[in-house]
Design a protein around this ligand. Structure first.
Ligand code: AP5
Ligand code: MG
Length: 208
């Protein structure tokens, strides 16, 4: 099964992806995570990506598409994958169609006014876990591995505003793109993560 997780910044793609990976064993591929690993590793891709990510803009398509094409050619992706954060514009979607076959695109729909708070309150861990400050009740370490939590560099109000604008301009048109292909599954992403997860599971189960 080859799936795309679509949704605005803060819609819950990463949160749902880790639960889906656990339940269905889907391989989770997040372009944002790949860029952040490159930034941490000080690679040339990381240096380039950082300038775009800090500005809330998309990393150039040529770089992003090549990374995804290469990742999908690896043996572990042959069994199926779940893309989180890719494609992010129509050009990337067309490129993806040229080197892979997508079964469906799962769009997580969240009222726009909730996104800023969700993102600015996010705390993440190096192990991949992610939380919202309100659920942490003052705790500063990861519930899973105990490491210190931190805030993503692009999770500040100014960059988040730019990310949301980029989403509306470049990514939202993908809803129509996949609807036309008969591959769109839209899920209400407003509610507790577990409730959203249950909705996503029934949408997926209706397709497999
Ligand atoms: P990326 O890392 O993909 O960031 P994003 O799309 O902005 O999405 P987020 O990770 O912020 O949100 P999410 O939907 O995963 O939400 P989460 O589950 O964490 O990309 C970062 C940057 O990399 C981009 O800006 C761009 O520059 C670059 N990039 C990446 N891909 C690219 C591409 N294809 N092309 C070009 N450039 C690319 O949840 C968010 C918060 O909400 C958390 O605090 C969480 O605890 C909370 N939350 C989650 N679910 C719920 C719920 N149901 N109720 C309440 N709170 C919730
Ligand atoms: Mg994410």
């Amino acid at each position: 099964m080859n799936i795309i997780l679509l949704g605005a910044p803060g819609a819950g793609k990463g949160t749902q992806a880790s639960m889906l990976a656990e339940k269905y064993g889907f391989l989770h591929i997040s372009t944002g995570d790949i860029f952040r690993a490159n930034i941490k590793g000080g690679t040339e891709i990381g240096k380039l990506a950082k300038t775009y990510i800090d500005a809330g803009k998309l990393v150039p398509d040529s770089v992003t598409c090549e990374i995804v094409k290469d990742r999908l050619s690896k043996e572990d992706a042959a069994e199926g994958f779940m893309l989180d954060g890719f494609p992010r514009n129509v050009f990337q979607a067309e490129q993806l169609d040229s080197f892979s076959k997508i079964d469906f695109c799962l769009n997580i729909n969240v009222p726009f006014e909730l996104l800023m708070d969700r993102i600015c309150g996010r705390r993440v861990c190096v192990c991949g876990e992610s939380y919202h400050v309100t659920a942490l009740n003052g705790r500063t370490t990861c519930l899973k591995c105990g490491k210190e939590l931190y805030r993503r560099a692009d999770d500040n109000p100014e960059t988040v505003s730019a990310r949301l604008e980029t989403y509306l301009r470049e990514t939202e048109p993908l809803i129509g793109y996949y609807e036309k292909q008969g591959k769109l599954l839209s899920v209400n992403g407003n509610g507790a993560p577990k409730e959203v997860f249950a909705r996503i599971c029934s949408a997926i189960d209706s397709r497999i």
